[in-house]
Design a protein around this ligand. Structure first.
Ligand code: ADP
Ligand code: MG
Length: 351
């Protein structure tokens, strides 16, 4: 067993989550002709025949890091674990087809609890039309761990990568941002109130949208077909799991471009605005860094703007610039602020 008694070596937080992934994976070589895209996008792309490409993506959720069972019902957790993975498949412009589900559980969970978890997984698989085709089950010394792998398929050449954005493209986001994070803030506050007064009955009604976005998120399975109907093919695409800021930076770094994001264009639900005021938080900061929105962020050619401009699901929030111009937020007051990926960083926040 590895023990770092003297606390020697480079600390993980010096690299950050993305720096660590780059550092650990930089020496992998692609040897198979069928590997179209390896590490570095929302999912891997593997060619399988002359017409189709296979999409593979995997995610790991850990109790105490990614979820808190004191307010996350197990059924919702099962549902969310599935959609977190499917979101990465949709972000490649692909259709998910199968998932595998692996769990590690401690003996503190009765069988009935795991049945609840699986009821959520079953509901999500049904709604998103994917088959559960395998997995693994093992014991854990403390909490619950869920790892899901999603498999999908896309017509050859139709996968959309993080790397295709070009200067002058428009930056577009689906839905609205920040609600899942504010839902978490509301639930955390209720948990503290409950600790002091276990008889308190929380009134979550004013926060219903926020709590739903945190506990029962959906992913944008509608966007790929919507864009086909509108005859728009995004040049780059990513899903918003870590926060708008960090995802814009991924698109810009991978596409070797810069970007101007306009603060006044960021779509916010009225509940996000009012709850941010109540919590004394800046709604732009929450939209930029909150994460867990599972919306899609993509770029389109300027000439496609008329096709999307009236659509209620889509908002143009900025445009792509030359790489040397950098990545900026243009504030309501017109100030240019460099964007940084302050998105919640699992490795930093949890030591
Ligand atoms: P996402 O937020 O979309 O799930 P990540 O930031 O987790 O994406 O991962 C970025 C890329 O790095 C993906 O291609 C992913 O498969 C890959 N990756 C992440 N962790 C590892 C790891 N430990 N080993 C190899 N590849 C990894
Ligand atoms: Mg992703």
């Amino acid at each position: 067993m590895f023990e770092n008694k003297d606390n020697a070596g480079t600390r993980i937080e010096n690299l950050g989550e993305f720096g660590l992934i780059d550092h650990l994976t930089k020496n992998f070589e692609i040897k198979q002709k069928s590997t179209v895209k390896g590490i570095g996008d929302d999912a891997a792309v593997i060619s399988c025949d002359s017409k189709k490409e296979l999409i593979v993506s995997t995610d790991l959720l850990l109790e105490g890091v990614h979820f808190d069972l004191s307010y996350m019902p197990l059924k919702h957790l099962g549902y969310k674990a599935v959609i977190v993975n499917l979101s990465d498949v949709y972000a490649m412009n692909a259709e998910p087809t199968q998932i595998t589900v692996s769990i590690a559980v401690s003996n503190r969970f009765p069988v009935e609890a795991l049945e609840e978890l699986y009821a959520g997984i079953t509901a999500a698989a049904k709604f998103y039309n994917v088959d559960v085709v395998g997995g693994d089950t093992t014991s854990s010394t403390t909490g619950l761990l869920i790892s899901i792998t999603a498999i999908g398929s896309v017509n050859k050449g139709e996968a959309i990568y993080r790397s295709g954005a070009k200067e002058n493209d428009l930056l577009v986001v689906t839905g609205d941002l920040g609600a899942a994070y504010m839902g978490l803030q509301v639930l955390e506050r209720e948990k503290e109130v409950f600790k002091v007064n276990p008889n308190s009955q929380p009134d979550l009604e004013p926060y219903s949208y926020l709590v739903e976005r945190q506990l029962k998120p959906e992913t944008r399975k509608d966007i790929s077909s919507l864009l086909k109907e509108l005859n728009v093919k995004p040049t780059a695409m990513i899903d918003i799991s870590d926060g708008l800021s960090s995802e814009i930076i991924h698109i810009c770094k991978n596409s070797k471009v810069g970007c101007n994001l306009f603060e006044d264009k960021i779509p916010l639900d009225p509940q996000v605005i009012s709850t941010c005021e109540e919590f004394n938080l800046d709604s732009t900061t929450i939209a930029l860094n909150g994460g867990e929105d599972y919306e899609l962020l993509f770029t389109i050619k300027t000439e496609d703007y008329p096709k999307i401009k009236a659509n209620p699901h889509l908002t143009v929030i900025g445009h792509i610039t030359a790489e040397k111009e950098g990545i900026h937020l243009i504030s309501r007051a017109g100030t240019k602020i460099p964007l940084i990926a302050r998105g919640w960083n699992a490795l930093k926040d949890n030591g």
